[in-house]
Design a protein around this ligand. Structure first.
Ligand SMILES: Nc1ncnc2c1ncn2[C@@H]1O[C@H](COP(=O)(O)OP(=O)(O)O)[C@@H](O)[C@H]1O
Ligand SMILES: O=C(O)C1=C[C@@H](OP(=O)(O)O)[C@@H](O)[C@H](O)C1
Ligand SMILES: [Mg+2]
Length: 181
């Protein structure tokens, strides 16, 4: 399986709660790749939670840190990189993402909401109408997520392992060069 991508990095993009962090870790294991989660790197580097960074630096400050991390990790190979849902917003980030294979992990808003309803670690969902916020964020971001190489739609009840398996099975269909050895 590790020869599938020939060392090319795999980037997971998509809305918060679709499972990028959870599934990225599984994919890295299957591929024999290293695993990086951009939010975790930011939290480790700053010693602050994502909530604290949004409060203290604002979303713009957080986005700057996110771009810095992405620019650093894309210099490496053999990585599965789980991004934060808003990484698609900055145009400069696409120059980094396109160094690898980009997978848009997608799920219905109802499913995402059911996973995050009790979760207070997503500052953008600390809103009077979190479900409405998810819908409007998704609507704004669909044209951006659509630039991914691969679009994977999760079904309700699918386990992270099943989603990861579906991604691995779909990858050969989007590889630009075929393995000739
Ligand atoms: N396929 C799945 N089925 C059920 N729960 C899931 C699934 N994928 C992720 N989760 C749960 O949903 C929440 C959000 O997952 P996470 O990996 O943090 O998503 P993201 O990084 O995209 O925000 C976590 O509690 C995680 O355990
Ligand atoms: O969608 C977003 O703008 C965000 C998603 C979060 O990451 P996950 O997508 O891993 O939840 C985190 O980066 C931050 O709360 C902002
Ligand atoms: Mg995450």
């Amino acid at each position: 399986m590790s020869s599938l991508l020939k060392g090319v990095n795999l980037y997971l993009i998509g809305m918060m709660g679709v499972g990028k962090t959870t599934i990225g870790r599984l994919l890295a294991k299957e591929l024999g790749y290293g695993f990086v989660d951009t939010d975790n790197v930011i939290a480790q580097a700053t010693g602050k939670s994502i909530n604290e960074l949004f409060t203290e630096e604002g979303e713009a400050g957080f986005r700057k840190l996110e771009s810095d991390v992405l620019s650093q990790v894309c210099a490496f190979t053999k990585l599965t990189i789980s991004t934060g849902g808003g990484i698609v917003l900055r145009r400069e980030n696409w120059g980094y993402l396109h160094h690898g294979l980009i997978v848009w992990l997608d799920a219905p808003v109802e499913l995402i909401y059911s996973r995050l309803a009790e979760d207070s670690t997503r500052p953008l969902l600390q809103d009077a109408d979190p479900k409405g916020k998810l819908r409007s964020l998704l609507e704004q971001r669909i044209p951006l997520y659509s630039q991914a190489d691969l679009h994977i739609i999760e079904r309700e009840g699918e386990t992270p392992e099943e989603v990861a398996k579906g991604i691995l099975e779909a990858i050969p269909s989007v590889l630009k060069t075929q393995d000739s050895d």
